[in-house]
Design a protein around this ligand. Structure first.
Ligand SMILES: *Cc1c(COP(=O)(O)O)cnc(C)c1O
Length: 398
């Protein structure tokens, strides 16, 4: 910490952070205030889909901030209309509501499902979610999450969430009752360590929810906006959910999230939903810059190719060190370490100027910029290779 750095103690101590202060980012690289450079395979947790501080977002923010920051959420503005129309055009949904965080978008999805239940299903309000799932840190989204560490916290929980097992249709069926209104899931469980739902499970879930008249809600906050090689993950399974949430990548680094619904599910009345900053033009201008870039077929193709290259390089690395499987899709991948050494590897990588993430003690998660280059992927693999060699993980696994 240099003399000019203010004290760290003024911030609530909500997580263990390395004692570095980041001052600049460009593409796949970040710099701290000592001038040290880091290769970033976390990207704000799958947020900066165009990399750090891309010109497209910087320009959109500069132009919009000089023109209009916010008129009022009770008035229309051009960027939110343009972004809403672009999202509707590129997806299976008919209407959108903008908000500021993924958790807020999921709160909106939960409210929308409960409203749908009160209008159409005699007050049905229960939502089936999944063990290991993560939907955010508000009280309702923590209650919807199936994260073990959340269980003892902030009692009493918000009622009305029942947990099934991912890729186990019978476990979903067993929870359906007249009180059920929806099934909600991440198509790839991100925070739990990158555990994908199979396409077959997603297709069966769509058929099951249709059979029982339940809404199907996809939390694509981590998987959406090109992260898995298609614009939205649901396209892989060839199905259409009723409700979807986006966050993280859609803002490309600024706080923007989206609740999307089909005509059938979009049932809010005046007064049901709102928020001071919903659809503010500044964030929507950034979102529009992101969506324009990411939805180009050549951009998505390049991201899918980069994902395949990263996956095959990780598989080779795993074989060299006797580690476990590589799982995930596109540029949302995890490497099974077979041992609880994730945190130690992340700390060593940080020292060497490589930013990695370990969502679970025995896994590393990779979520680079969607425009990451092969050279940057190779640089990351070489760095990780050296750390694994030095720490002798292969010997411990054997
Ligand atoms: C990050 C995340 C959230 C929460 O988003 P915030 O913007 O942190 O509130 C919800 N669901 C999934 C799948 C996420 O990855």
């Amino acid at each position: 910490m240099t003399d000019a750095t203010p004290s760290f103690d003024a911030l609530m101590d909500i997580t263990a952070r390395p004692k570095a202060v980041f001052v600049r980012g460009k593409g796949s690289y970040l710099w701290d205030d000592s001038g040290k450079r880091y290769l970033d395979f976390v990207q704000g947790w799958a947020v900066n889909c165009l990399g750090h501080s891309p010109d497209a977002i910087a320009d959109a923010l500069a132009v919009q901030s000089a023109a209009l920051l916010t008129p009022s959420p009770a008035f229309y503005n051009a960027p939110s209309l343009k972004l809403a129309n672009a999202l509707v055009e590129k997806s299976c949904f008919d209407q959108v509501f903008f908000c500021n965080s993924g958790a807020e978008a999921n709160e909106g999805a939960i409210k929308l499902a409960r409203k749908y239940g009160s209008l159409n299903k005699g007050g049905a309000h229960e939502i089936i979610t999944f063990e290991g799932g993560f939907h955010g840190r508000t009280l309702a989204t923590m209650s919807a999450s199936g994260k073990k560490a959340f269980e003892p916290l902030f009692e009493p929980k918000v009622a009305g969430f029942r947990k099934a097992k991912l890729n186990d249709l019978d476990s979903v069926k067993a929870l359906i009752s007249p009180a059920t209104v929806a099934v909600m899931l991440e198509p790839v469980q991100g925070e739990a360590g990158v555990w994908p739902a199979t396409d077959q499970f997603l297709q069966e879930l769509r058929a099951l929810t249709r059979e029982y008249g339940l809404l199907l809600i996809f939390d694509e906050i981590q998987t959406g906006v090109g992260r898995t090689g298609k614009l939205f993950h649901y396209e892989h399974a060839g199905i259409e959910p009723d409700i979807m949430t986006l966050g993280k990548g859609i803002g490309g680094g600024v706080p923007l999230a989206v609740l999307m619904a089909t005509d059938k599910a979009s049932c809010f009345a005046h007064g049901d939903q709102g928020g001071t900053f919903n659809g503010n033009p500044l964030m929507c201008a950034a979102g529009l810059a992101v969506l324009n870039e990411v939805s180009k077929p050549e951009f998505l193709k390049a991201a899918a190719d980069a994902g395949q290259f990263l996956e095959s390089e990780l598989q080779k690395l795993s074989a060299r060190h006797g580690l476990g499987e590589v799982r995930g899709r596109g540029l949302l991948l995890a490497l099974d370490l077979k041992l609880p050494v994730g945190a130690s590897i992340v700390a060593q990588a940080f020292q060497q100027g490589l930013l990695l993430n370990s969502p679970q003690p025995d896994a590393l998660r990779f979520m680079p910029a969607l425009n990451v280059t092969r050279a940057e992927i190779s640089e990351m693999i070489d760095g990780l290779d050296a750390i694994l060699l030095k720490s002798g993980v292969a010997r411990q696994v054997a």
